[in-house]
Design a binder for this molecule. Structure first.
Ligand code: URA
Length: 282
């Protein structure tokens, strides 16, 4: 299946298809004659479909004082997190950071891990996607998002004109798999997040991404330093900041697999991320 078709299938799947293209293959829409992608001759579409206008939802949410308050909240400063956790990553290069993560014993999660999961992708990527932490499959393979949620994430990346490993980096808040007493996956605890965050911070400093996308509650709340009771729905639709970079919050792909009806919301969040990226002049 061609990339265009896969993208069209994904947009269709999330209730936003069919993908319409200009008959002459141009990128702009004004005055253009449109044809449906699956009956269209192979014409190029822009790599990243930046919307002319962000979904009205974004401004509606920004107009809501309760949400603006969340959006304005002070992000956790990572040097502060590093001091709390006693890890100094500030001077590490990429290789040193990888080694430090591989041998990390800063919290109890090191005891049960098979592998640390450093992250994957282009270390000079303009896009950084941040999940919660490794699950069972990721712990075994040492790579983030390799299960069904990972497949969905790959499709989402594709719909954005991105690809795992090409201009996108995928990391997690914690690098080791958190499990409960019965060996099942669980979200990381606050002390585990604090111990691990300096690694992600150094990754951000070295990668220098243009836009960060927080996938789900753990990523969003850990980065923004917010109360655990804050729902993701309150953080969507605004551009936050972390480590001096724009941060857009959306639902976790695993949540999306359970709540298929929210796929359109995720696409709307990603449109906000893409317009943020475009406005950053990249
Ligand atoms: N969920 C995450 O948040 N990260 C992974 O790497 C896998 C599943």
């Amino acid at each position: 299946m061609s990339e265009m078709s896969r993208r069209s299938v994904f947009l269709d799947e999330i209730g936003l298809g069919p993908l319409w293209l200009r008959r002459d293959g141009g990128a702009g829409l004004a005055g253009a004659e449109l044809i449906k992608a699956d009956v269209a001759p192979a014409v190029e579409i822009p790599a990243v479909p930046v919307p002319q206008r962000v979904e009205p939802m974004a401004s509606r949410v920004q107009d809501n004082p309760a949400v603006s308050a969340w959006a304005d909240a002070e992000p956790v400063s990572v040097p502060q997190a590093a001091v709390q956790a006693g890890i100094s990553t500030a001077a590490m290069d990429w290789g040193q950071l990888q080694k430090a993560v591989a041998g990390c014993t800063a919290c109890g999660l090191c005891q049960g891990r098979k592998n640390t999961v450093f992250g994957i992708g282009d270390s000079k990527a303009k896009w950084l996607f941040i999940g919660e932490g490794p699950g069972r499959n990721e712990d075994i393979q040492g790579e983030p998002f390799v299960g069904p949620a990972g497949k969905l994430l790959d499709n989402i990346l594709l719909a954005m004109g991105l690809k795992r490993g090409e201009n996108a980096y995928i990391a997690n808040i914690v690098k080791c798999r958190p499990t409960d007493g019965t060996g099942r996956d669980r979200p990381p605890a606050a002390d585990e997040v604090a111990a691990c965050l300096p690694y992600l911070q150094r990754q951000i400093e070295l990668i220098q991404p243009t836009v960060l996308v927080a996938l789900g509650k753990t990523a969003a709340l850990s980065l923004l330093g917010l109360d655990p009771a804050t729902p993701v729905s309150k953080l969507r639709g605004s551009v936050h900041r972390y480590a001096d970079r724009p941060l857009v919050v959306t639902y976790h792909p695993a949540y999306l697999l359970r709540q298929l009806g929210d796929k359109g919301k995720v696409w709307s969040d990603l449109c906000l991320a893409m317009s943020t990226y475009a406005n950053a002049g990249e």
